[in-house]
Write a protein that binds this ligand. Sequence first.
Ligand SMILES: [Zn+2]
Length: 92
Amino acid sequence: MVNFPDISNTNYFTNRSLPNKEGEMTGKILMFREKGKEEYHLIMTCPFCGHEQERDEAFEKKPFRPKCSSCTKSILISKLKDAGKSKKKKKE
Ligand SMILES: [Zn+2]
């Protein structure tokens, strides 16, 4: 199993499903960066070929596009549309 960092010691953390070309959630990624580190740690299942991979990688800018080490496709980590901080439309 993965050694998760203390969440308060990270400045980036995401854990989400990844769609393939047909929009089916066939992949997933868990990615985080610990404070003070330049590289992100990512654990990804490629939505296109199903290859599981884990590595550290530095990204220059958002949105992040880690490449699958097996099929070499770029996988876009888009911003979550529903997680916008500016617009809170939750019904309660
Ligand atoms: Zn792949």
